[in-house]
Design a binder for this molecule. Structure first.
Ligand SMILES: Cc1cc2nc3c(=O)[nH]c(=O)nc-3n(C[C@H](O)[C@H](O)[C@H](O)COP(=O)(O)OP(=O)(O)OC[C@H]3O[C@@H](n4cnc5c(N)ncnc54)[C@H](O)[C@@H]3O)c2cc1C
Length: 281
């Protein structure tokens, strides 16, 4: 091991490893220090019982940028992402289940079992989300610009973002500006009448945050998540290594986010004195 290093990265989670990769690619000599016997952080695949391996924390690899995976040649090193046909299954207390397939037509047909009106709107929402999330995804790739003294690269990046925003066309550009600050519950109410569908999609606006569905800006969280996966129900990409060894015994778990949302809804109900009385919450 060389005695001098340019950068020391504490923690060999995926962020540390990706950072080390790009620093090394740029000609630097990074050193990654990991306290666990295995690198990977929360994205690690572990054997929790002889013969049983799965991702012990993260269950989805959607936010992994495809460019990063390609740069690092992860496929050549054995990574294969599996996309299940069903993005999310939301269970209803009345015994029914809403199954959102990744295929828009199949998903719309399932939505149609709850509401014909929503089934007609679903493809429109999906198309808008797909277009907008592409722009958000482009912006997420950029390093934050130096506002006081922007470099040429910063200016170029901002110009590119502006151009892709304009490329959306008037209707969707307006949607980006309007949706971003909105509460995700309001956004869903504009499109759909089925509470279960609203809750299922809106759950992505609060996932991984301390927000509730009526929090301002929760729609932006949905848009940011959509940059990794523009399906309203969110396709779940799972690293194959996570359950390849025992495919029948260690399948990805059904989506639980709709429950999280339902719980938030319950909590909100209990604080209903100060709450608005929305039709569906
Ligand atoms: C319950 C839960 C579920 C999640 N599910 C998903 C998901 O499905 N999909 C998704 O994309 N994201 C998910 N996330 C978020 C994701 O796990 C984090 O965004 C991601 O792990 C951050 O990666 P990281 O490399 O920055 O840190 P980590 O993955 O946390 O890695 C940090 C590493 O640093 C090491 N370390 C810490 N301190 C030291 C030290 N002093 N010295 C040496 N080493 C040290 C740790 O051992 C660890 O290996 C989830 C998070 C949680 C909490």
């Amino acid at each position: 091991m060389p005695s001098t290093r340019d950068v020391i990265i504490i923690g060999g989670g995926h962020n540390g490893l990706v950072t080390a990769y790009y620093l090394a690619k740029a000609g630097m000599k990074p050193l990654v220090l990991e306290r666990r016997p295995q690198a990977g952080g929360a994205a690690v695949t572990e054997e929790f019982h002889p013969g049983f391996r799965c991702s012990t924390l993260s269950h989805a690899a959607g936010p992994l940028r495809p460019e990063v995976a390609a740069d690092m040649q992860l496929a050549r090193h054995g990574l294969r992402l599996i996309t299940p046909e069903v993005g999310v299954t939301a269970l209803s207390p009345d015994g029914r289940a809403l199954v959102l397939y990744n295929d828009t037509g199949r998903a719309a047909a399932e939505v149609g079992k709850f509401s014909a009106k929503d089934a007609a709107k679903y493809p429109e929402f999906q198309a808008a989300l797909q277009k907008i999330s592409r722009v958000i995804g482009e912006a997420l790739k950029l390093s934050p610009p130096n506002i006081d003294d922007p470099s040429r690269t910063d200016l170029w990046g901002m110009l590119q973002t502006g151009r892709s925003l304009r490329g959306l066309g008037k209707k969707d550009m307006y949607r980006v500006l309007r949706w971003g600050p909105m509460a995700v519950a309001d956004l869903m109410a504009e499109f759909f009448e089925t509470e279960l569908l609203r809750a299922t999609i809106a759950s992505r606006g609060i996932f991984g945050t301390a927000l509730g569905p009526w929090s301002a800006g929760s729609s932006l969280v949905l848009l940011i998540h959509s940059a990794g996966d523009s399906n309203p129900g969110a396709r779940r990409f799972s690293p194959k290594a996570a359950w390849a060894r025992s495919p029948r015994r260690c399948r990805p778990q059904p989506e639980k986010r709709a429950w999280k949302f339902a719980r938030a809804r319950k909590l909100r109900k209990s604080a209903s004195k100060r709450a608005r009385p929305p039709a569906w919450c």
